[in-house]
Write a protein that binds this ligand. Sequence first.
Ligand SMILES: NC(=O)c1ccc[n+]([C@@H]2O[C@H](COP(=O)([O-])OP(=O)(O)OC[C@H]3O[C@@H](n4cnc5c(N)ncnc54)[C@H](OP(=O)(O)O)[C@@H]3O)[C@@H](O)[C@H]2O)c1
Length: 310
Amino acid sequence: MRVFVAGATGAIGKQLVPRLVAAGHEVHGMTRRESKQAMLYELGAVPVVADALDPDQVAEAVGRARPDVIVHQLTAIGSVDPRHFDRDFALTNRLRTEGTDHLLSAGQAVGVRRFLAQSYGAWWYVRTGGPVKSEEDPLDPTPAREMRDSWAAIRHLEQAVVGADWTEGIVLRYGAFYGPGTSMAPGGELPEMIRKRKFPLVGDGAGVWSFIHVADAAEATVAAVEHGSRGVYNIVDDDPAPVAKWLPALAQEVGAKKPMRVPRFIGRLFAGEVGVVMMTQLRGASNAKAKRELAWRPAHPRWRQGFAAP
Ligand SMILES: NC(=O)c1ccc[n+]([C@@H]2O[C@H](COP(=O)([O-])OP(=O)(O)OC[C@H]3O[C@@H](n4cnc5c(N)ncnc54)[C@H](OP(=O)(O)O)[C@@H]3O)[C@@H](O)[C@H]2O)c1
């Protein structure tokens, strides 16, 4: 198939493009920057330079590539202060709203048979009931105040994609990425914060996180490109874990001292309500549907071994 990847140069794009090429697909990889065309050639893609927030550029790029499938992997996350979550996600939120709409319009104009988009399965599920959620469970009806715009952007993306009845609209709710090129990679933002003891354990640390190695996320995406059906898939590992378990393990892995423990009210002071929610209330996600329907298995089923992998 001809596959158009928007966000082909990012942490997931760099893993995804060569896998699609190896599976025999013709990949057109989008970037804003002329300077990244050589990287895209090396990954095996036909480079396409366009700004995802410019509807004319997107329409022209997609119109020229005439893909069978579009994969939307656009984000612009950078470093995030949980006290100003929506501020730091503002550009990503535009990519998830306007960017999604532009790609959908362009895809409809050329009649793509599948449209896949990146969503997030590690923060947005309802914070009541059991610790692990399936795709059938509701999203959080009352997200923390500082992340409401970001929640709305995720909702927009998911509803627009699954609601596109002219194509097979597929939403991939990835777990928290780790592995090469991610902010969890050795020397990345999170390990560095942990090493500097700037990432303490708040309260009981009962918030459950789902992780995914970025290579496993790419493998699942190839499977969904080839035979996914309309709807949502959690793309996470087999081992959702509370912060109280994974944070000390990651600290040990990066050679840091044990994380400090602070009570909730202190956590709220330096990380706001969002930080407290992330540390104490999140729910994890189940990958049962993706395994069943995509015939996919993560090569790194457990974050503990995955964190230690190269
Ligand atoms: N599930 C997760 O845990 C998750 C999800 C996403 C990101 N992250 C993490 O967040 C860190 C930062 O990621 P990031 O958001 O900077 O993403 P990234 O990994 O750098 O990828 C962003 C992609 O979006 C493209 N892009 C952004 N704005 C664009 C625009 N206006 N027009 C065209 N393309 C555009 C970029 O292309 P060009 O720059 O080439 O134009 C790039 O290919 C990563 O290390 C990753 O680990 C985690």
